[in-house]
Design a protein around this ligand. Structure first.
Ligand SMILES: NC(=O)c1ccc[n+]([C@@H]2O[C@H](COP(=O)([O-])OP(=O)(O)OC[C@H]3O[C@@H](n4cnc5c(N)ncnc54)[C@H](OP(=O)(O)O)[C@@H]3O)[C@@H](O)[C@H]2O)c1
Length: 330
């Protein structure tokens, strides 16, 4: 194991940074050294509030800093590809917020850049590293619930302001990109393979993005997954995995608390509750996974092919909703 400490820079002053800063600070292998924003005065104030040593008034300046090893991209979705590629061209490793990009073509360009510049690129899907997710997968692999027949999942919340980036089409907004990506990713992860056909239906809001999305995915082995996502409904998260012999109910699949519960059993009225303890900070997993990948040359838990497939499925679902027709992925 390497004793090196990775020096991180944040590309933007995004709201989500506050979830990454505490695990970066508590990690012995990582250190937060800089933040960049579009406006120097605002970024200076942000750096002061969050006790970050260095502030830059442009993203380019941070990428030019020779002592920064890893860049966290917390920009709007439509900017992920451009800035991840620029960061990789500058020799930086990149942890990029979900979704990795809004098109498969962009993802392919990002993958090519990671390979060309010999750096680690990974999508920041924090829930994938949590012990709860790993345990659900273990229960499935152990055959406890038999063959998966049905997966259902939801992620919705009420958007706070009409100016939110999630309502901006040109910034890659929409509920499926923002939160629908979670139940889609969950179903793909638990089935361990890709859907063959998808059908989507959306409610498009006044800003032009899908305020609400609902989708159906079918796997070649007959398994079906249903999900919904919304920016205009009360907060809900839930996953349910139903197999031939039993089921797993996961009330907080995507943002579990440090102690969380899942329910497993052969019938809905006799489920056993399993309590799982996770890290103090939900986002520690993705930070440590990056350090494992960069310092110890381990494969990131969320592979780039996995991230690519998630984007591919989302694009297919959006296409289906626009056309009102089933889309075949093979
Ligand atoms: N994994 C998770 O749990 C999670 C949770 C929330 C969000 N996310 C992801 O994180 C990313 C950021 O989400 P957020 O809610 O944190 O966003 P946000 O607070 O709106 O921040 C986005 C940042 O992007 C920069 N930016 C550059 N060009 C912009 C433009 N034209 N319009 C608006 N902002 C622009 C701004 O920073 P400067 O002004 O400082 O340059 C802004 O602070 C998204 O990709 C989202 O999907 C992930």
């Amino acid at each position: 194991m390497s004793n090196r400490i990775l020096r991180w820079g944040l590309l933007s002053t995004a709201h989500i940074n506050r979830s990454l800063i505490p695990p970066l600070r508590s990690s012995p292998r990582n250190e937060l050294v800089a933040v960049a924003g579009r406006d120097l005065a605002r970024t200076n104030a942000y750096a002061e509030t969050w006790h970050i040593g260095r502030a830059y008034g442009s993203y380019e300046e941070l990428l030019a800093a020779p002592d920064i090893d890893v860049v966290y991209i917390s920009l709007p979705n439509s900017m992920h590809a451009e800035w991840a590629i620029k960061a990789m061209q500058a020799g930086k490793h990149v942890l990029c917020e979900k979704p990795l990009a809004n098109t498969v073509e962009e993802v392919d360009t990002m993958i090519a850049a990671a390979s060309e510049h010999k750096v680690v690129l990974a999508e920041a899907f924090m829930y994938r590293h949590h012990p709860q997710t790993l345990q659900v997968k273990q229960i499935i692999n152990a055959g406890t619930i038999g063959h998966i027949r049905l997966i259902r999942g939801s992620f919705s919340f009420q958007i706070d302001a009409e100016s939110n980036i999630r309502l901006n089409k040109s910034l890659g907004g929409g509920s499926i990109w923002d939160v629908g990506c979670y139940p889609i990713n969950y179903a793909r992860t638990m089935l361990g393979r890709e859907p063959l056909t998808v059908f989507g239906s959306s409610i498009i809001g006044t800003s032009g993005v899908d305020d609400t999305f609902t989708g159906l995915m079918r796997w070649p082995n007959g398994a079906i997954a249903q999900f919904d996502s919304s920016l205009r409904m009360p907060f809900r998260t839930h996953m349910e995995i139903v197999g031939s012999e039993g089921m797993i109910v996961i009330p907080r699949p995507f943002k579990p608390d440090s102690v969380c519960e899942i329910h497993v059993g052969s019938a809905y009225d006799s489920l056993e509750t399993i309590r799982i303890t996770g890290p103090e900070h939900l986002y520690s997993g993705e930070v440590e996974d990056m350090a494992d990948a960069i310092l110890d040359e381990k494969m990131p838990r969320v592979s780039l092919q996995d991230s690519r497939q998630n984007v591919r499925v989302i694009q297919a679902l959006l296409h289906s909703a626009a056309e009102g027709a089933v889309v075949r992925l093979a």
